[in-house]
Design a protein around this ligand. Structure first.
Ligand code: GLA
Length: 735
């Protein structure tokens, strides 16, 4: 396992038990990818995999070297302008206006473990034995610029993590117009691209399209990873399913503007490009300076989409999340937002908390509306202290003491990156928002974006938050972000560096997260962005869970959580039972179904629990008891998608314990159909030879029969229409 360098052939083979990745250093110093896919035996020479062709209309790399053209070879970190007409990974503008560079191999090193990416979230290897790293150093003789490509292969996961350092080693000023994190050329294009798109309240729906000549691309230029396009895509073979077939997964560990793209040329090669979106990026690099890209991760499997997702889940939980909460069971919480919005009193909050405690809830979260003049969403953001003592007579300190006296933990909402006009912050520092002074900033939810590229702004917000968090009994923080970025201009920054603003903004967000999570290592952070508009691996590094969506309707949530599960672990998805009719869709779904959906997540409630009747309270108590009993399995088991709500009128998924002695599966009916089909649910991940009991009955089922013969889904009757949105949960325990 690891990385082998074959000196004679100048080939580098990265491999573990599941994948191989082979790079060749060419005679001219260029880097070529010979293979990326299922593990193959190591040997000295795979050079025959390099295409050699002399064809009309082709530009050759050097005189007398026909047959070798950058147009055809599969490259590792391609430039533009010397014969390769596909999307480049980088562009460096020089003082004479030229963007032509010719980097060639200088040296490489191989070492155990993985280095930290300073200031950026990235995967890590806690023990050096968990991963091996290859760094290849390339130089450009004209500019003396240096590029260092880093590849880390994880030993127990089919994952390669890549990032790049671009160093100005010369004497002239350089400008990076594009600096992607990774590029890879695959030798054919017979793939479907699977990706996650959406909008507010319908985040991360699964889409699939066949690749064809031209570019298939997704990305964001909104200043956040966005609800619209998640920084992930997979290339799957058309015949691949959830359980079989080749899948290449790509994910970008970043929360700002991003680009993920597959370009198929007319020879059917497929170039994958991942990185910071070049349209909103430019980075001036003076002599001696270095730019470090965020990290991209590649997953390879030939066991289908479920295996890809399980790999991402493991990678994020074991090698990305930093929080002390990463593998802990998450408290059952109640959040007051849908119950009261900003219109609450301390008494109302204590009533909700008291009722919640009675039902077994463990954490009370006070959402928006507790600080400054926050009566509505036109006021208050930026003033992170209590000024309205009619609402909270003893401030957060007093309220948190009362809540903890009830035996509950206490959590609090912040939106650190934003400011409303009319606040103390805005009055004292009107220039602390992103916008050129001569322009009018465009409001979004009546608020402006603070200039987090400036250290003094981040430090100011840190001081306010630190004071609240250290002065009260707070064990959870919900960190919200409720608008995208416009007029992205930083007043403190010189003209030539304005192209850095979007990236430096996100670095500022990361810096604040880093400072707060270091200062308060035991606080559970949940990120949020108008629901799930910044649900990405970058934020997961700091906050191990995220509010999945403002849409709490059970049917919508099935789709959202199903899509989210393609990349993100169940424990990272905040999922709450809310009231009906649902506030976002007006739909009424049974309390049971709402609970059965939310329990596959960081579980909680978001409704006025004091308004429930006796029967509902009993049902809630039972839900909470069930979740607590099986919480480890529900949040940290191995997740399988079984039935897609994007293809069928039903959905199903399940969790299996690591030793396969326990599993919980759920089947959700979407719309009821009269005279419906007799559906069966085929489970996954069980031990075929073991006997299981189902839902406490004495009947015995073998693992193989549950997986291959399936469980018949109960149904109520031929003409009953009241089965809309019904759900069934199957708990299996090995004998
Ligand atoms: C966003 C969040 C909600 C809630 C409100 C408060 O929309 O997604 O959960 O916190 O803000 O203003």
């Amino acid at each position: 396992m690891g990385i082998i360098y074959h000196q004679n052939t100048q080939e580098l083979h990265l491999f573990n038990s599941e994948l191989s990745y082979i790079i060749k250093i060419q005679k001219n110093g260029g880097l070529m990818n010979l293979y990326y896919g299922k593990r193959i035996h190591d040997k000295e020479d795979f050079g025959y995999l390099q295409p050699q062709a002399s064809r009309p209309l082709t530009v050759y790399e050097s005189p007398g070297n026909s047959g070798y053209s950058l147009q055809y070879i599969r490259r590792e970190y391609p430039d533009y302008g010397r014969g390769d007409f596909r999307t480049p990974a980088y562009l460096i503008r020089q003082e004479n206006g030229s963007r032509i560079t010719a980097f060639s191999y200088d040296s490489h090193k191989i070492y155990r473990g993985k280095k930290k990416l300073e200031g950026l979230p990235a995967t890590y290897a806690e023990n050096d034995e968990d991963a091996d790293t290859l760094e290849i150093r390339l130089t450009d003789a004209v500019t003396n610029a240096v590029i260092v490509l880093s590849y880390t292969i994880f030993n127990k996961l089919p994952v390669i993590a890549r990032h790049v350092q671009l160093i100005n080693g010369g004497t002239q000023n350089l400008v990076l117009e594009r600096a992607l994190s990774a590029s890879i050329d695959l030798p054919d294009s017979d793939y479907e691209m699977v990706y996650l798109t959406g909008a507010w309240a319908r985040e991360r729906h699964v889409r699939t399209r066949k690749l064809d000549h031209g570019i298939s691309s997704i990305g964001s230029i909104r200043g956040a990873s966005s609800a619209e396009y998640n920084p992930f895509f997979a290339l799957k073979r058309p015949a691949a399913t959830e359980d079989t077939g080749e899948v290449y997964g790509f994910c970008f560990i970043y929360s700002g503007n991003h680009l993920e793209q597959a370009e198929v040329d007319t020879d059917q090669n497929c170039r994958v490009s991942i990185g910071i979106h070049p349209d909103t990026f430019e980075w001036a690099l003076t002599p001696g300076e270095t730019f470090v890209t965020p990290e991209a991760v590649f997953v390879y499997t030939d066991y289908g989409l479920n295996a890809m997702s399980q790999t991402f889940h493991c990678l994020f939980k074991e090698h990305l999340m930093q929080s002390t909460w990463k593998d802990r069971q998450r408290p059952v919480l109640i959040n007051n937002w849908e119950a009261t919005e900003m219109d609450f009193t301390e008494n109302k909050i204590l009533d909700i908390a008291t009722a919640a405690k009675d039902l077994g809830i463990e954490l009370f979260v006070l959402d928006d509306g507790w600080f400054g003049g926050r009566e509505d969403d036109t006021k208050g953001l930026g003033d992170w202290f209590v000024t309205n003592f009619d609402k909270l007579p003893e401030g957060i300190e007093g309220l948190s003491a009362k809540i903890t006296d009830l035996g509950l933990q206490f959590g609090l909402w912040f939106e650190p990156e934003m400011v409303n006009p009319g606040t103390k912050l805005y009055d004292e520092h009107p220039d602390w928002i992103l916008c050129p002074a001569e322009r009018t900033p465009s409001p979004g939810r009546n608020q402006y974006v603070l200039d987090f590229t400036r250290d003094e702004v981040v430090d100011y917000i840190y001081d306010l938050m630190e004071k609240v968090l250290s002065g009260a009994h707070i064990s959870y923080v919900k960190w919200d972000m409720n608008r995208y970025i416009t007029e992205c201009y930083s007043t403190g920054t010189p003209a030539l560096s304005q192209g850095k603003t979007f990236h430096k903004y996100i670095l500022g967000v990361y810096r604040l997260y880093e400072k707060l999570t270091l200062r308060f290592p035991d606080i559970l952070f949940e990120s949020c962005a108008s629901g799930g508009a910044r649900f990405d691996p970058g934020i997961l590094y700091y906050a191990p869970q995220a509010w999945t969506s403002d849409d709490t309707d059970a049917v919508e949530r099935i789709k959202i959580q199903y899509g989210t599960s393609l990349v993100y672990p169940v424990s990272s998805m905040g999922a709450h039972v809310s009231q009906v009719p649902n506030q976002q869709t007006g739909r009424c779904t049974p309390l049971k179904t709402r609970g059965d959906v939310a329990m596959f997540g960081a579980f909680g409630y978001e409704l006025d629990i004091t308004a429930l009747d006796k029967e509902e309270k009993t049902a809630v108590k039972e839900q909470i008891t069930f979740v607590k009993k099986h919480r480890l399995l529900l949040q940290h088991g191995t997740f399988y998608r079984l039935k897609s709500p994007f293809r069928e009128n039903a959905a199903a998924w399940m969790m299996v314990s690591p030793d396969r002695t326990e599993a919980i599966a759920a089947y959700y009916n979407l719309l009821g159909t009269p005279n419906c089909r007799f559906d069966r649910l085929f489970l996954r991940g069980l031990d075929p030879d073991r006997k299981y009991h189902m839902n406490g009955s004495t009947e015995v089922y073998y693992g193989d029969e549950l997986m291959y013969a399936g469980i018949p889904i109960p149904h109520t009757g031929v003409c009953e229409s009241n089965v809309d949105f019904s759900s069934f949960v199957f708990y299996l325990s090995a004998l």
